[in-house]
Design a binder for this molecule. Structure first.
Ligand code: SF4
Length: 490
């Protein structure tokens, strides 16, 4: 059996990091973990080929080689997924599609004959047996949420690791909270399921043996969804680092109540975590109440951020504008909050009604849904009728992004962050791509870029006041270059 696994090209977005790639001589931010994991569930006697179109083109030879094409993708890949599926159909190769795009929207792909809806673990055995018989069902739907303790180590051998900025590893799926706009709890449920610490260590060890020594993204919905299991994992990671020297660093996503647990934070930092993405959403308490973000209410959000930053974590924040409860000065309040708290990477998006979410159902009930979303939450396209005036909201959003990512405002909050932040945790050597990025930044940001004055001010002031923070300062300056371009295109 020849199976071709295909991942669509990423459009430019906040998270594509497309403008960073040229600094680090990489082709994509991270590889398709879902396909690599499914590949590991297929019989070892089958021939597998993975084409990540972000790294290399999909050729007709690839398609014609395959007995089946496995296609994955997120909502943001909708247009390219159609193109790929049509190309395979025209060459007589059946597609089996799975992943978030198809789990919530498979009915929009009439050209695709077979789907895996939900998580693959529960259905792959049946799918493999039907492929061997040549008699596939149109839809394979996972019953409930599978136990992750049987999920295999991804087939890292199917990709060239050197093309990627970071490697994804998943510890848990699901999140106990219930934010109205969130589709994660629709797809992965509210009862966090985790792999065992030994499983995760096995995955990391496989990466280490394959030569990976850079950033690893723990792609959990909420890393601390199951606190006890998270603690056990962190202890296992600390022990693993002692016996297997590595410069790997970790980044993950977690809810703000992480700041309430000094023990968890300390363990994360000791295990090598450097960054954490937190859904902050809004400084407006009414808007947080509206969207059910209970964990962010009745607390000093700025204080929580400061706790995490001072412990040695860079907090990347998610923010949303467009809630019904947003006041008219929401753009100013978001800007002030982000600047004051040194949230350097501030991903601000327009509220979006994602398919099957509680928000979508509410707005549909009120007759306010305008269209299905394209999945890019910085494209300034509203898919529902807002309470604030539509033009005011879109204009205010564009203006907010451009102000946040102007060289002056951006570098100012880098400096706020660096004042609070103290590098902690295991010492990590500068990687080859870090060094390349640094040298390129001297030319591209220090000479060519319009923000060169701010770059040199940041560079020299950090070098003189706290040289240990210089790698972080340069990395943030490079990221700012990407965000500024994304913001300018909104
Ligand atoms: S905390 Fe994050 S993952 Fe959990 S429900 Fe809210 S938005 Fe979704």
């Amino acid at each position: 059996m020849n199976v071709l696994l295909v991942y669509p090209p990423n459009p430019e977005s906040f998270w594509s990091f497309s403008h960073v790639l040229k600094f680090v001589a990489k082709k994509s931010a991270f590889p398709p973990l879902g396909l690599l994991t499914v590949a590991a569930m297929l019989p070892s006697t089958w021939n597998l080929r993975l084409v990540d179109i972000n790294v290399s083109p999909l050729t007709d030879d690839d398609v014609l080689w395959a007995d089946y094409v496995f296609l994955s993708g997120m909502i943001v890949h909708k247009a390219s997924a159609h193109t790929i599926a049509q190309r395979c159909a025209a060459r007589g190769r059946p597609v089996v599609a799975g992943g978030p795009l198809f789990s919530t929207g498979f009915s929009e792909f009439p050209e695709i004959p077979h789907f895996v809806v939900g998580e693959a673990e529960g259905v792959v055995t049946q799918l493999v047996s039907d492929m061997q018989r040549g008699a596939l069902e149109p839809v394979y739907r996972a019953a409930g949420f599978p136990d992750l303790r049987g999920t295999p180590v991804p087939r890292w051998d199917l990709i060239d690791l050197r093309h990627y900025v970071s490697m994804p590893v998943q510890f848990s799926r699901g999140c106990p909270f219930e934010c109205e706009f969130c589709d994660i709890i629709v797809m992965n449920g509210r009862l966090p399921r985790t792999k065992s610490p030994e499983q995760v260590v096995r995955e990391l060890e496989a990466l280490r043996r394959a030569g990976w020594d850079e950033m690893v993204f723990l792609v959990d919905d909420n890393f601390i969804g199951h606190r006890r299991h998270a603690k056990e994992l962190l202890q296992a990671l600390i022990a693993w680092r002692r016996r297997a020297p590595t410069s790997m660093q970790f980044l993950t996503e977690a809810s703000i109540n992480l700041a309430d647990s000094p023990e968890l934070v300390e363990l994360m930092v000791a295990a090598g975590f450097k960054q954490v993405f937190v859904g902050i959403e809004s400084p407006s308490s009414e808007s947080l109440l509206e969207c059910g973000k209970v964990q962010n209410r009745k607390r000093d959000l700025g204080e929580a951020l400061s706790t995490l930053q001072r412990a040695g974590l860079e907090v990347m924040g998610g923010f949303i504008v467009g809630f019904d409860s947003d006041p008219h000065d929401i753009f100013l309040r978001q800007f002030d909050f982000i600047q004051r708290n040194g949230v350097v990477t501030a991903m601000v998006g327009l509220l979006t009604a994602l398919p099957h979410t509680a928000l979508y159902r509410r707005l549909a009930g009120e007759g306010r849904i305008l269209r299905e979303t394209g999945g890019n939450n910085t494209d300034a396209i509203l898919n529902f009728v807002p309470r604030l005036d539509r033009e005011f909201l879109i204009g205010g959003y564009r203006d907010l992004m451009q102000r946040l990512y102007s060289p002056k405002a951006y570098h100012l909050r880098v400096r706020v962050f660096l004042r609070r932040f103290t590098p902690q945790g295991p010492a990590t050597a500068l990687s080859r791509s870090d060094t390349k990025a640094f040298l390129k930044s001297l030319w591209m940001l220090g000479i060519q870029d319009t923000g060169r004055l701010e770059y040199w001010y940041l560079f020299l002031s950090t070098l003189l006041s706290s040289p240990r923070k210089l790698p972080t300062a340069v990395k943030l300056a490079i990221l700012g270059y990407h965000f500024r371009r994304v913001a300018a295109a909104i």
